[in-house]
Design a protein around this ligand. Sequence first.
Ligand code: HMG
Length: 427
Amino acid sequence: MTKINWAGFAKKNPKERLSQIKPLLSKESHHILENHVLLKQEIASQMVENTLGTFALPFSVVPEIEVNHKDYTVPFVTEEPSVIAACSFASKIIKRSGGFKAIVHNRQMIGQIALYEIKDTHSAIKAIEKHKKELLAIANSAHPSIVKRGGGASDIKTNLIEDETPLLVVHILIDTKEAMGANIVNTMTEALKPYLEALTNGKSLMAILSNYATEALVTANCAIDYRFLNRDKVKAKELAEKMVLASNFAKKDPYRASTHNKGIFNGIDAVCIATGNDWRAIEAGAHAYASRNGRYEGLTTWRLDEANKQLLGEITLPLPLATKGGSIGLNPSVLVAFDVLGNPDAKTLASIVASVGLAQNFAALRALVTEGIQEGHMKLHARSLALLAGSLPDEVAFVVDLLLKEKHMNLSTAEKILEKYRNNILE
Ligand code: HMG
């Protein structure tokens, strides 16, 4: 495995960083980064409708996230300052305590066919169960290429929704291998529609993939020694206890849970975007999962292991991530992202992303229950303010320095500092 010396990475400029991570990159990826090769206009306009151009965002990496005893350099695409610093900070502490352990419980997608106007739902359910094998064969023959790759439809279940107009919902479970599988699932469910209508003597309302991917759950854990939380033993224990309280807060109060989970998605979305994954699908599934107990809850749990003097963290969420298909092969930046990650398979990518979510939450909670979020976040946000105020690259450091000393750190203060600097009337 290629070893990188990460010393001073954060403090270098992009050109120096590129030369530092060169050993991780293929020739093509290096060329893409060095020459700022981006998604071509011709490709972009074939991907979606009414295209005018392309849209750029910063592409960064978090070094050395250890997952299941292996280090990963993880690509992040985000516009938000302090997210990458926070994840790097957390991953470093967690690595010292043995890194993340992640388990992919399953990796199957769910398709739904909703049927209505069925006269005898009991007989309809029995008929579906009796013809399960035949229905699976019909689904698989609609998308033979996924079967050739070792995947395909594997099970069928039913769910009766009692309502004014009852709905009989047929769930089909499909192993989509390395793909997110929306097309595979939708093709299969649509192919089943006429057969299910005939079998149940009902009408089909719709056939579509479910983003509530409960058959693609991933869990990441970490166990952080108290001694890595703070050199002072008392403060370290106090921090661990506050993290547990913060975790309980997010379990009990949806107002807090929403922000807690937003922080988790700061990292998860950034990796999803970098790897060309459908982050709306991942968010929708995870938010539904966060509500599985009848109330919207925080996705992570932090508790104490007093005997081993450790703070234990855990996250579980649906993560049906893809390494193939969709727009993944079209965007040169996505190629670089996979290269940097060491081209993991879909299950490994899901393990890394769940770990990123837990790291992000650790950093945010630690900051919230200690110095508060503004200190770290605003330090890094000051750079965005300096740029927004119109500072040129060689003026940024100067404006940031003065901005950090100000009571009201905002755009108008940044503009005033820059104006004074340029007029050379600084005291
Ligand atoms: P610090 O203690 O000042 O950091 O914390 P440090 O300067 O001692 O550096 C420690 C390590 O952090 C560094 O190690 C880097 O790994 C990383 P080193 O390289 O020095 O060996 N690091 C950086 N990496 C890249 N660029 C940087 C950088 N600075 C530090 N500039 C830190 C500073 C920002 C890490 C800390 O204050 C923190 O974690 N804050 C939390 C920030 C956060 O969570 N931001 C997300 C946005 S806020 C939000 O939307 C979510 C929220 O609402 C969620 C919720 O409520 O749960 C908060």
